[in-house]
Every structure is written in structure tokens, then in C-alpha cells.
Design a protein around this ligand. Structure first.
Ligand SMILES: *Cc1c(COP(=O)(O)O)cnc(C)c1O
Length: 429
């Protein structure tokens, strides 16, 4: 039996001779586009690159409008503001997500209601949504997490039945499809992040997609100091719809615009995305097939209604019973040593997440005692989220899925090696 790398044995991957693919990916195209923006002197404010990207991203997501803003957090905050959601309103959010999904709800003075997720996709549990609905519920924010897709048929049905808005948090799902519809085109607004870690990136950035001209007009204004859309800034929006007054701003807001440099990189990145998604999908499917053969690990469920896969990170499930009781932390460290790449747990559930602590900001959030209690994350019980985080989740950066078949074989070999060594390692330590 090969000795584990973490015990001083030879790692499965020789990352000096054969490094993992790098992220982000760029080329001469990005270089040329950035120089073009530089020399144009038009560095921001509804410039040609942003206008082009909005048009291309709307086309890509199959929506009428796509509007850029600074990141994939403010996208959700502006969506909530455009929907008129605020104090006294409740928004249902999955307990397993990046903290921004819930934090934005608090930032519009509404109340996030954290609900549990499904154990085989790690996405929001429709039954838990139903249970959480009250007369104050105004919206649901399903998150398409890692390699999975939220149960959008059920989410949309519940939303329709109770007359709720749906904001899809698509920070992990650029290009993913549910029954032939792109992520971001199913709910009322799609929220995308272009942060460096995401699989379409300009370092930072975000986009809001929608088919609703009224929401689009407000979203465009909200990211631009409240100005009514002008010129080409919002393709296709009928100017002057709604009755928000005449001159000047029709809605209060600040400057949440991106630069032309970011838009230039996004235009080029979007051209690369479909092929990258296809490669990640093929490798993900292949690797999941290999995982099925190893006892104690399991892929996330691929729903047959997910017609196009998009991966942010490659996540799978671990069950220590089959690994002779090897704690998951040890499994992750051992895998990290074999692969020469970071191996993480999933996001911390929001009821125990050290990055989601609204009570640290009383001057802003203590609107009254009842609200203060309502936004306390620890009041929510999220047993499935906690089990996934503490006992089951293993996550690898999505760049590994841009490798070749041999790389996927190595990942499976490394897991099998840990499986084979689990007992002797435990006995010796
Ligand atoms: C990254 C991320 C966000 C926030 O996007 P930023 O651009 O970093 O603000 C929101 N939700 C999820 C699920 C994310 O992964």
C-alpha cells in the first residue's frame, strides 16, 4: 500500500511537473481590450464596453435586460430595493450560502428568514420555504449552489401561489440551465457575481438580469445615483415609464457603477465561458462517475431537469463511517496533501457563520427590539446545513475541472488511496 502524502509518502499529484490549471484565464484579447479602453479615455459611465457587455449578457442569459453593478452582493440589495422590499418584510434565504445572500436583506431593513437545504443538492428545501411563509413574506432568494441547481419548479410554484418575488442568486451558475432556461431568467431578477473566484470574472463586478421593464428601469437607476436611464445605458427600456416625477432623480441611490476596464474583461471572458463550462461539465460528469465507485464518497445529485451544468467549485459528499471513522478534517488535509491544492468545507451555515453577525452593527440595524431579535441568526435551526458543513462537505476550486481526464483520474486515485489507508493511519496516530 502506498503511504499517504500527509504521512510523508509520495503525493498522487506532482504539481511541479504537472501544475493544476490556473485561474483566472486571460490572453491577448483581454490585453488588447484593456489598452483600447485606456487609450479611449472613456473609463466609466455607460461606456461602449459596458453597453456591449450588458447586451451580450442579456442575450447569454436569455433575458431582456442585464445591468452591471459593483458586485454580486449589491445586485441582490438593489433587486430588493427595486421590488420595494424593506422594514416589516421577510425574505426567505437558504441557510447554506455566502453571507451576502442574507446580509443584503438586512441592508434594506427587511428580515432574512433562514431555512434548511436539501441534503442531496445543498440547495434550498421547498418544503422548508412553505413552512416559513407568513403574511409578511415578500420574496425568496434561492441560491444555485456549487455544482447544483435550486429546485426551481417548486420555488416558482410557491412564489406564484403566495405572490412572492424570486431573486435567483446565480453567483455560481453563469451559463447553467434548468429545463432549457438559463439561470437568472427563471425568477424575477437574476443576481450574478464577477468576483475573482467566480467562473466569469473581472476581479469584481456583478450583473442583474430581468425581463421586467419596470424593475430594469429601477435597477439601472439604483446603480447610477438614482438617475433615470438615458441613452443606450439600458437597452430596450421604454424611457419614462412609471410615474416617479419629472425632472431629476426618480429614486434615491448612490454610485454603484463598474468601470469600462471591468466591462472590457467581461466581454472577452464571456466569449470563453461556454467552452469552459462544457469542459467543466464533461470533467465533472466523469469525476462524479469515478466517485460513485468509491465507498464513502458521493456526488451531489444531478437533477435531470438541469439541462446545462455550470460549476462553481467541485463539491462532493463524504461519509466517515465507510472511512473507518476518519474525521472529515483529516480526510480534507490528506486529500490536500495528495493533490497539492486547497480542499475546503462548504460555506458555514448562516446561523453559525462568523462572517454573518448583524448584531455587531447596532447603530445601523437596531431599528427596534423586535427587529433586533428577528435578525439574530442563531434563532434559526438548520440541522441539514450544519450536518453538511460539519460532516459531509468537500470542495475543490473549479479550476481543477479545466484539467484533463488524467487529472480527474488522479483525484479519484487520491481519494481511493485515503480510503485504503484510513484504518492504518488512524491506528498509527
Ligand atoms: C460570491 C457570492 C456572492 C457575492 O458576490 P460578490 O461579488 O463577492 O459580492 C453572493 N452569493 C453567493 C452564493 C456567492 O458565492
Amino acid at each position: 500500500m502506498q503511504k499517504l502524502a500527509i504521512q510523508g509518502g509520495k503525493p498522487c499529484c506532482d504539481t511541479t511537473a504537472n501544475p493544476w490549471p490556473k485561474w483566472p484565464i486571460w490572453g491577448k484579447e483581454e490585453e488588447r481590450a484593456l489598452i483600447e479602453v485606456l487609450n479611449s479615455g472613456v473609463w466609466s459611465y455607460n461606456g461602449p464596453k459596458e453597453t456591449e457587455f450588458n447586451r451580450l449578457f442579456a442575450e447569454f442569459t436569455g433575458t431582456k435586460y442585464a445591468i452591471c453593478t459593483v458586485n454580486g452582493t449589491l445586485t441582490m440589495q438593489l433587486a430588493l430595493e427595486a421590488m420595494g422590499i424593506g422594514l416589516g418584510d421577510e425574505v426567505i434565504v437558504p441557510g447554506l450560502t455566502w453571507q451576502a445572500t442574507a446580509a443584503t436583506v438586512i441592508d434594506v431593513n427587511a428580515t432574512p428568514i433562514l431555512v434548511d437545504v436539501l441534503e442531496d443538492t445543498w440547495c434550498i428545501d421547498p418544503a422548508a420555504i412553505e413552512k416559513a411563509i407568513t403574511p409578511r413574506t415578500k420574496a425568496i432568494i434561492p441560491v444555485h449552489l456549487y455544482g447544483a441547481f435550486a429546485e426551481m419548479d417548486a420555488v416558482m410554484e410557491i412564489a406564484k401561489k403566495h405572490d412572492l418575488y424570486v431573486i435567483e442568486d446565480c453567483a455560481h451558475k453563469h451559463g447553467g440551465e434548468w429545463k432549457g432556461k438559463k439561470a437568472g431568467s427563471i425568477g424575477d431578477v437574476g443576481s450574478f457575481s464577477f468576483q475573482l473566484s467566480k467562473h466569469l470574472t473581472a476581479g469584481e463586478g456583478g450583473s442583474m438580469t430581468t425581463d421586467n421593464p419596470d424593475l430594469a428601469e429601477k435597477l439601472d437607476a439604483l446603480r447610477n445615483c438614482g438617475r433615470r436611464p438615458e441613452g443606450d445605458s439600458l437597452i430596450g427600456v421604454d424611457k419614462g415609464i412609471g410615474d416617479y416625477g419629472d425632472d431629476g432623480n426618480f429614486i434615491q441611490s448612490g454610485n454603484l457603477r463598474i468601470t469600462e476596464f471591468q466591462a472590457a474583461i467581461l466581454v472577452e471572458g464571456l466569449k470563453r465561458l461556454p467552452e469552459q463550462n462544457a469542459i467543466r461539465d464533461a470533467n465533472g460528469a466523469y469525476l462524479n462517475g469515478l466517485l460513485k465507485e468509491i465507498p464513502g464518497v458521493a456526488p451531489l445529485k444531478r437533477d435531470a431537469r438541469e439541462t446545462k451544468k455550470a460549476y462553481f467549485n467541485f463539491a462532493f459528499r463524504y461519509h466517515k463511517q465507510q472511512f473507518k471513522g476518519l474525521p472529515i478534517e483529516k480526510f480534507r488535509s490528506a486529500l490536500e496533501a495528495e493533490l497539492g491544492i486547497k480542499v475546503d468545507a462548504c460555506y458555514e451555515p448562516l446561523n453559525i457563520c462568523p462572517l454573518y453577525v448583524p448584531h455587531t452593527k447596532p447603530a445601523r440595524h437596531k431599528l427596534n427590539e423586535a427587529y433586533w431579535d428577528a435578525i439574530d441568526p442563531t434563532r434559526f435551526s438548520l440541522p441539514v446545513c450544519e450536518r453538511i458543513f460539519k460532516e459531509e462537505s468537500v470542495c475543490l476550486h473549479h479550476k481543477i475541472l479545466l484539467g484533463n481526464r488524467g487529472d480527474m483520474d488522479l483525484i479519484a486515485t487520491a481519494i481511493k488511496k485515503i480510503y485504503d489507508n484510513a484504518e492504518s493511519w488512524l491506528l498509527s496516530s
